[in-house]
Design a protein around this ligand. Structure first.
Ligand code: WT7
Length: 648
């Protein structure tokens, strides 16, 4: 068996950026990109050092750009800086002070706009509240909130006083919160009574109460009144946000912090074991998110930009708050679900605010496809100029739908590859420069130097699938896994003896230097000695008219080593058995006999994490007929597994 993951996906379509887009783009030619990229590769100190001087506001300039090799590179040592200052104060001396920083839309339909000046005032006040509550520089603060403006205010206030925030997505359980509180030794929890999701109240405060039975480090809780639901307030522990804010001083300077001061911890699930507390620091992270969002989203001052992620995930941290606000952009924040009160809600929001740049995830796009074209068609989407995708590979068919139905065939699509650990976008088209190929995240951003290598760390030739690594450090990379530096080194750096950062993804690079992500390496199949990408088989299935969504996993197979099991969500009601054969033939036709599915199983839904990622390891157990003994705490809907088992 060869080391290479065989690529079986044929995709030859190419979409060149519209001339008008290119003419107005910040990076507007291949030469300009090449020059920047080459400098970032050959002289990262000069490349990142110049940008840090030009683009960030320093209380005290740094002495050195980078010190030390991976895994422990230190950036901008000697400098003093503050992330909330980058996002807010610096705009107040410009015309932007009265520009909308955040446009918020609640699920029930209320709206609130905060200008940079107003947001600054709220953040200063809440920073004063944190002072009063005894939160000090270096303390950890847990934030467990719905998507409301107070969430943004809380995180920026933490940054202002130098407290490290640990945001936990509002869908997590009490146990998940106490695990994270304990791991981070959080002193304070900021939450709300509840939040709205599909018209129902999601209780948050009562979940926090339960978590606190097992989190002894937490001393106090601040509660925002959002839904007005009934909650218990524990005297001398729980405080209402509005009470604390009433007399808080709006005069609260940003604390000058070291470049490497920890800005936030964000927990992300590993394939095994307890969640990993990814730690990001201040200066490098701010530079990375500022530059990547400026290059990739090509912000114009008049733009309205909407990233639909939840701030509980890294996408929301980097591309709703830190990146856009550092650039002085207007960022839309929406509280609720895409299908409430109906499946047109996102498009209604686009029409209402005349959104120009829209950034979402393939899992959402596949849901829109399933809900039908009539929803986007009902709304005026002509304000859109640029579309983005993040989170998993976007199947070419989903890309085409996004391009046609949402982008009106006029908007470039930026398929952005990155991770919680990378802090910001790493591989992505530049919308005015890079011709897109559906399904490829295209080329590395300036300052990012990836490679595709085999298990021995040897670089592979074009079109050979292998392991995706980063060969150079970058300013916004994670610094450690909180409290477990050994696990950090083991997880990301041990595979290639500390030389490369290993992302855990399989990928190939084509003859034009375009990267094609093939999914996590744990998802790679080995069929008769051929390593196949589950994602490519999924794309083939989804390209059939009768398929809405598909997940492919391997299972032990006597002859082939691994057999191919496909879980398929059909579009509408269809006679099952005939269709199975049709789909098997379709995959054979699309990819070849090597990828012939051994099993097709129809299902109304797939097991997903709350962030929308298919949990393939659970499907693997079902395909193999094994009992599940894995951690299912991040599974969104527990009943799905039972249904899938019965189908089998
Ligand atoms: C993993 C990281 C980055 C924010 C959201 C997810 C997959 C992410 C893409 C893309 C193909 C992608 C990778 C990566 N992924 N973006 N554009 N194309 N795959 O963050 O939870 O840390 O997950 O998501 O497998 O390793 P995350």
């Amino acid at each position: 068996m060869s080391d290479a993951i065989e690529s079986i996906l044929q995709e030859d379509r190419k979409f060149v950026p519209p001339a008008e887009f290119t003419a107005n783009a910040l990076i507007s030619s291949e030469e300009q990109y090449q020059q920047m990229w080459q400098l970032g590769k050959d002289d990262p100190e000069k490349f990142w050092g110049d940008l840090a001087k030009e683009e960030l506001e320093w209380f005290q300039p740094f002495d050195s750009v980078m010190e030390g090799d991976m895994p422990d590179t230190k950036w901008f040592q000697g400098g003093k800086i503050n992330a909330s200052y980058q996002c807010l104060d610096q705009h107040l001396t410009t015309w932007r002070k009265n520009k909308a920083a955040l446009i918020w839309e609640g699920e029930p339909g209320e709206t609130r706009t905060l200008t940079y000046q107003e947001l600054h005032r709220e953040v200063c006040k809440f920073a004063s509240v944190l002072d009063q509550l005894g939160v000090e520089k270096g303390d950890r603060v847990t934030i467990y909130m719905p998507m409301i403006p107070e969430l943004a205010i809380a995180m920026l206030a933490c940054a202002r006083v130098g407290a490290t925030h640990s945001i936990i997505f509002g869908g997590f359980s009490a146990d998940a919160i106490s695990d994270r509180n304990n791991d981070a030794q959080s002193k304070l929890v900021i939450t709300a009574d509840g939040g709205w999701r599909r018209g129902k109240e999601i209780a948050l405060k009562s979940t926090v109460d339960e978590s606190l039975e097992k989190s002894s480090s937490v001393e106090k809780v601040v509660v925002v009144r959002r839904t007005g639901g009934d909650i218990e307030m524990v005297p001398d522990r729980d405080y209402w946000w509005h009470d604390l804010m009433e007399n808080a001083s709006a005069d609260r300077e940003a604390t000058p912090l070291d470049s490497e001061h920890p800005l936030f911890i964000l927990y992300t699930s590993g394939s095994t074991g307890k969640p990993k507390g990814v730690l990001h620091t201040t200066a490098g992270y701010m530079l990375g998110t500022k530059m990547s969002s400026k290059w990739v989203f090509d912000y114009k001052d008049e733009d309205t930009y909407w990233c639909t992620a939840d701030i509980g995930w890294v996408t929301g941290h980097s591309y709703i708050i830190y990146g856009p606000l550092a650039n002085g952009v207007t960022s839309v924040m929406y509280e609720g679900a895409p299908n409430w009160p109906d499946e047109g809600r996102f498009w209604e929001v686009v029409e209402k605010y005349r959104v120009n740049i829209f950034y979402t995830a393939p899992t959402a796009i596949r849901a829109f496809i399933k809900w039908g074209d009539q929803w986007p068609q009902k709304y005026d989407l002509s304000s859109l100029r640029l579309l983005g995708s993040v989170g998993e590979p976007i199947n070419p068919e989903a890309w085409m739908w996004y391009h046609k139905l949402i982008g009106g065939e006029r908007c470039p699509i930026v398929d952005t590859w990155w991770q919680t650990e990378t802090g910001g976008i790493m591989i992505s088209p530049l919308p005015g420069v890079t011709p897109a190929k559906p399904g490829s995240c295209t080329k590395p951003l300036p300052g990012v130097v990836p490679a595709i290598v085999n298990e021995e760390g040897k670089e592979l030739e074009a079109n050979q699938g292998g392991l995706l690594v980063m060969t150079q450090p970058w300013p916004h990379m994670l610094r450690t896994l909180y409290g477990d530096h050994e696990r950090f080194i083991e997880t990301y750096f041990s595979k290639f003896d500390g030389k490369y950062y290993f992302a855990g993804d399989g990928a190939r690079k084509d003859e034009d230097g375009y990267y094609w992500i093939m999914g996590r390496v744990d998802d790679v199949l080995n069929v008769s000695g051929h390593r196949l990408s589950t994602m490519e088989i999924e794309s083939a299935l989804v390209s059939h008219d009768l398929v809405a969504e598909a997940a492919v996993v391997g299972y032990p197979h006597d002859l082939k080593g691994e057999g191919i099991c496909c879980f398929v969500i059909p579009k509408g009601d269809i006679p099952i058995d005939e269709v199975k054969n049709t789909l098997i033939k379709h995959v054979r036709h699309q990819i070849g006999a090597i990828a012939t599915p051994d099993q097709i199983r129809f299902t109304p839904a797939l097991p997903k994490t709350r962030s929308g990622k298919i949990m393939r390891r659970l499907l693997k157990d079902i395909a193999a007929g094994r009992e599940n003994n894995q951690d299912t705490s991040t599974l969104e809907d527990q009943s799905i597994l039972e249904k899938l088992r019965q189908e089998g």
